[in-house]
Design a protein around this ligand. Structure first.
Ligand SMILES: *[C@@H]1O[C@H](CO)[C@@H](O)[C@H](O)[C@H]1NC(C)=O
Ligand SMILES: *[C@@H]1O[C@H](CO)[C@@H](O)[C@H](O)[C@H]1NC(C)=O
Ligand SMILES: *[C@@H]1O[C@H](CO)[C@@H](O)[C@H](O)[C@H]1NC(C)=O
Ligand SMILES: *[C@@H]1O[C@H](CO)[C@@H](O)[C@H](O)[C@H]1NC(C)=O
Ligand SMILES: *[C@@H]1O[C@H](CO)[C@@H](O)[C@H](O)[C@H]1NC(C)=O
Ligand SMILES: *[C@@H]1O[C@H](CO)[C@@H](O)[C@H](O)[C@H]1NC(C)=O
Length: 485
């Protein structure tokens, strides 16, 4: 998932149209054609940054195919150094520098997967082989996912070599099959970024003070992504390790981390783009209205995302900064938490996100100010505040009031007075199930109560799902009395 980002300006979209065909000398044991056809609009993939330069173009896929045919005949996967040198030299002599494009990284003799023959792959990575085989038959998306889940070592490159070993072994089973080319094509183009909005990178060059800013970028398959700029404080190894571990955390209600770029001063995190912006825009924007059902669905989504983080198999992940601007909305307004796990980077003592203060006034639980300890109960509190905002459409502090008070206090006072209805967002126009509103309101109050009394996110999910169920039943059974008369 690493991007080709070696310089201060990274992931630049190079406009070039080069075509060249060079027959490779017979001294190379592989039968492949050097066919460089780097066409920016066709977008030859760079295998998630494994190839240093896009100039490898289709040659690399041709090379893989040749390896696959050789593996089909001999059982060997990668060329050894002298064979490799012969093959690459013959290409280099023709004026093309294939070796710097990354092919040379696939040479046997380096230990681990680099020395595997097809029988070793079957024996040691049989599960990965079968999974890749099945998933690549299903769709390109699942093929990519399966490919990226193959890990063969602690280093990116070791894992990549294992992935290629599995891939060559897989395609060698059906050498010459058209399907092989399709798999190469899918994986080469969809495993990383190599194009980015040029104007954004130009801006980056001019200013380093833009940490935290988010840019829009475009992947080779036209998928749009969000690119977040953070400072590189020099602890690259830890950064890369952490980001890689975060990229494995996948859930429909979490913004997916797709990759990263690294340069001397800057780091960029590449996320899936959520086309509907953040929840704050929808709650407080003038011309945006969320219906009651949409609000509940968003609340359920946030709660599921948090439940997933809190019960993550490798240890609870506390988000630490739940607030409407960190809750993004996907194509169908499905809620996705952003910026999760970054706190983990901070907790390790390395402040990668140094410009970012975790926790936002008004959303952090009162206990935090005393002991500065965070656990999942802190997220439950912040979630409670957000839930109150979803119900009321109000800011946490309304500074135009005579005595500004936090929203949870205001809600508590209202609940004692018994006029819960007053709390409802006027934008709802009274169109909501009172019973569901009541459940949600009480739930929000319990989330913002003292630490020991807060529910777990599991309990929150159950309650919200019930409220949603009640609301959808009510909508389905009641006649449309609110239609225009
Ligand atoms: C590059 O791609 C475009 C669009 O796919 C095509 O029209 C053009 O002919 C290609 N150029 C070369 C040199 O392959
Ligand atoms: C091919 O190998 C032969 C003998 O090893 C050598 O004489 C010749 O120069 C080589 N040709 C190329 C193009 O490398
Ligand atoms: C080589 O490929 C052919 C067909 O493409 C296939 O029938 C055969 O089983 C393969 N052999 C090996 C050893 O994978
Ligand atoms: C890059 O960003 C600029 C400014 O936001 C925009 O006008 C342009 O269309 C973008 N380019 C692409 C390829 O999206
Ligand atoms: C969080 O810490 C508090 C004490 O500071 C404790 O009472 C509470 O049970 C903890 N919550 C979880 C979920 O561990
Ligand atoms: C703040 O309070 C004023 C006065 O009660 C009210 O008109 C306004 O809508 C409130 N704003 C928000 C964002 O809650």
């Amino acid at each position: 998932m690493k991007m080709a980002c070696n310089f201060t300006i990274v992931c630049i979209f190079i406009m070039a149209n080069i075509t060249a065909k060079v027959a490779v000398s017979t001294n190379c044991t592989l039968d492949f054609e050097f066919k460089e056809s780097w066409n920016s609009s066709n977008g030859n993939g760079n295998w998630g940054g494994f190839l240093n330069e896009n100039r490898c173009g289709t040659t690399f896929n041709g090379y893989l195919e040749a390896l696959c045919i050789r593996a089909n005949r001999t059982g060997f996967i990668f060329l050894d150094l002298s064979e490799q040198t012969r093959c690459l030299n013959s290409v280099a002599r023709s004026g093309q520098h294939v070796s710097i494009c990354g092919i040379e990284k696939l040479t046997s003799g380096g230990g681990g997967c680099s020395d595997y023959a097809t029988v070793d792959v079957e024996e040691k990575m049989g599960n990965e082989l079968r999974s890749l085989s099945e998933n690549c038959r299903v769709s390109c998306g699942s093929c990519v996912e399966s490919w990226e889940s193959i890990n063969g070592g602690s280093h990116y490159e070791e894992s990549m070599i294992c992935r290629f070993a599995v891939l060559v072994a897989l395609t060698s089973l059906k050498a010459g099959d058209d399907n092989n080319e399709r798999i190469y094509d899918c994986l080469s183009k969809n495993t990383g970024v190599y194009a980015e909005n040029e104007s954004a990178t130009d801006d980056e060059k001019k200013s380093k003070v833009r940490t935290g800013k988010v840019y829009k970028g475009i992947l080779s398959d036209q998928q749009q992504v969000a690119i977040k700029h953070i400072l590189n404080d020099g602890n690259e190894e830890t950064f890369v390790r952490e980001v890689k571990s975060l990229s494995h955390i996948k859930h429909p209600n979490l913004v997916r981390l797709l990759g990263y770029c690294l340069s001397k001063q800057d780091c960029f995190l590449i996320y899936e783009l959520c086309p509907n912006g953040n929840l704050a825009k929808w709650l407080f924007g003038k011309d945006k209205v969320l219906s009651w059902i949409q609000r509940l669905e968003i609340a359920v989504g946030i709660a599921r995302g948090l439940r997933f983080l809190h019960t993550y198999s490798e240890g609870c992940i506390v988000h630490r900064d739940i607030k409407p601007t960190n809750i993004l909305l996907g194509q169908n307004l499905e809620a996705k938490l952003s910026d999760f796990g970054l706190s983990k980077l901070i907790d390790n003592g390395e402040t990668y996100v140094s410009s970012e203060v975790r926790g936002t006034f008004g959303y952090v639980d009162p206990e935090y100010w005393n002991n500065h300890r965070v656990n999942s109960s802190g997220d439950v509190f912040s979630f409670g505040v957000v839930l109150l905002q979803i119900l009321s459409g109000k800011k946490v502090f309304n500074l135009s009031l005579d005595k500004p008070m936090p929203l949870d206090k205001m809600a508590r006072i209202l609940s004692r007075g018994g006029s819960v209805k007053e709390f409802a967002d006027p934008k709802l126009g009274g169109e909501y199930s009172m019973e569901a509103f009541d459940i949600t309101f009480k739930l929000a109050l319990s989330c913002t109560s003292v630490k020991q009394q807060r529910p777990t996110m599991e309990q929150v999910v159950v309650n919200l799902e019930e409220a949603l169920h009640i609301s959808t039943m009510a909508t389905a059974s009641s006649p449309q009395i609110h239609e225009e008369l």
